[in-house]
Design a protein around this ligand. Structure first.
Ligand SMILES: *[C@@H]1O[C@H](CO)[C@@H](O)[C@H](O)[C@H]1NC(C)=O
Ligand SMILES: *[C@@H]1O[C@H](CO)[C@@H](O)[C@H](O)[C@H]1NC(C)=O
Ligand SMILES: *[C@@H]1O[C@H](CO)[C@@H](O)[C@H](O)[C@H]1NC(C)=O
Length: 427
């Protein structure tokens, strides 16, 4: 991240710290969730010229080992930082640059403006196969992707000169054509100058009835970020075709879903640079979200109006760019990373209060980006910075809130991964 942006974020952090005077609130006790499923593999994209999905197997004790590298058929890219240099780490300014639904992986190719679909057999989750060919997306510089199993819909966020959302259907045969761009109207270039004033993340609501998007503002030019909500529309069942022959073609999944062409936007008070988000499990419309300008927040998305409002926010002392988040089923809490500070901060799902801080500075990473929780573990990616090697830190959270501890620091350079790497999902 460029110094100017870092400085801006620092200033914002100081401002919001001064404004944040609320006393610490009570911590929601851990629930009685069923035993979390054991993770079996994690996936990252290299985001290099030859973009590839890296799949690493997870052992029973949660640790990683060397896996496979499968080309997506597309090219990666880098946003541009304030010094006009290719940005890395944090090459795409996004969370969810790849996503996983069932045994399918969807990965963005920011440099070739396409989306790839890959799949794997459930019994062998690191054996990936490209399904069909990458399809062109609408707009430039795709950096985030969301998929809905229920609606067989995959939507991509682009954040270049033409930016917004486009979607297509998917099936075991691959991706359909992407539909027309729903523009966010950001004044950007291709590649974009980030991280401010870019699309952060697309994700479906827990019930998959809505697509949510977070968009970063640029407080220095009075450009406020926003939270965008698109409804999923269910098509009317098709009438049988005339002369089709009775019973010849049984109704074959005629109800294709699509995304509304218009979104509802809101800027929850006290937020400016909304970034990595997760639905809070068991709530129909509460979202945990980082804000790179101060820390993280809990938002409520009104099911009737689709407007997002602030429930609670928490500044993180000493933060530089708190951008990525995950929610652990084992702890019932959120974990956030900062690309410039080598630590993970655990926060409450009620109001974002800080529950614990896990200092990882002894592992030598400059900071971390995407992370994902599954079972009793959390996997967090540090792409490195060209000097330090890319690595995934594995945290054991089996002891519940406040228990997170590093059990492995697995370096990825031997697999050809470098500082351009982004995204992390777990199967
Ligand atoms: C878009 O950004 C460019 C570069 O910062 C600036 O010169 C231009 O005035 C902006 N256009 C609008 C419509 O804001
Ligand atoms: C931002 O808006 C405030 C309030 O309207 C104004 O005082 C300030 O000059 C604006 N800053 C910029 C950089 O446009
Ligand atoms: C990379 O990160 C390490 C660890 O924080 C730091 O010591 C080193 O100066 C960084 N190198 C560059 C090129 O930024």
């Amino acid at each position: 991240m460029p110094t100017s942006v870092t400085t801006t974020l620092f200033l914002l952090a100081s401002l919001s710290l001064a404004a944040f005077a609320a006393p610490a609130r009570h911590v929601r006790p851990a629930g009685h969730a069923p035993a979390p499923a054991q993770p079996r593999a994690i996936y990252i994209i290299t985001n290099d010229q030859t973009n590839s999905v890296v799949a690493l197997p997870v052992a029973a004790d949660g640790t990683l080992s060397t896996g496979t590298v499968t080309a997506t058929g597309g090219q990666g890219s880098n946003s541009v930082d304030g010094s006009n240099q290719p940005a890395a780490p944090d090459a795409l300014d996004a969370q969810s640059s790849l996503t996983l639904v069932g045994n399918n992986i969807f990965a963005v190719n920011a440099g070739s403006n396409t989306l790839s679909m890959l799949s794997f057999p459930a019994q062998d989750p690191t054996q990936l196969t490209l399904v069909g060919q990458p399809v062109p997306v609408s707009g430039q510089f795709p950096n985030t992707v969301a998929a809905s199993a229920k609606n067989k819909l995959v939507c991509v966020g682009t954040t270049g000169a033409e930016n917004g959302v486009s979607c297509s259907t998917f099936s075991p045969r691959g991706l359909g054509q992407m539909d027309a761009l729903r523009s966010f109207g950001l004044n950007q270039t291709t590649p974009p100058v980030g991280p401010l004033n870019t699309v952060s993340q697309l994700f479906f609501s827990e019930d998959e009835s809505r697509l949510f998007a977070t968009i970063k503002g640029d407080p220095a030019v009075n450009n406020t970020g926003f939270f965008s909500v698109f409804s999923v529309q269910q098509a009317q069942p098709q009438q049988p075709h005339a002369g089709n022959g009775k019973g010849k073609r049984k109704a074959k999944a005629p109800c294709a879903a699509s995304l509304a062409t218009q979104d509802i936007r809101s800027s929850p008070s006290g937020t400016a640079v909304l970034f990595g988000s997760q639905n809070i499990p068991g709530t129909s419309s509460s979202v945990f979200v980082t804000d790179a300008s101060f820390g993280a927040a809990v938002l409520a998305v009104d099911p009737a109006t689709n407007l997002a409002s602030l429930v609670g926010k928490q500044a993180i002392d000493g933060q530089k760019a708190t951008c990525w988040s995950t929610i652990s089923p084992a702890t019932g809490s959120a974990f956030v990373t900062d690309v410039l500070v080598d630590r993970v901060v655990e926060m409450s799902l009620t109001d974002a209060t800080i529950l614990s801080t896990i200092d990882l500075s002894s592992n030598g990473d400059p900071g971390m980006i995407d992370l994902a929780a599954a079972g009793n573990f959390i996997y967090a990616l540090s792409p490195g910075n060209g000097t330090t090697a890319p690595a995934v830190t594995v945290l054991d959270v089996s002891g519940g809130q406040g228990s997170a501890k590093q059990i492995q620091h697995f370096q990825l350079d031997a697999m050809g991964v470098d500082k351009n790497a982004v995204g992390l999902v777990v199967f």
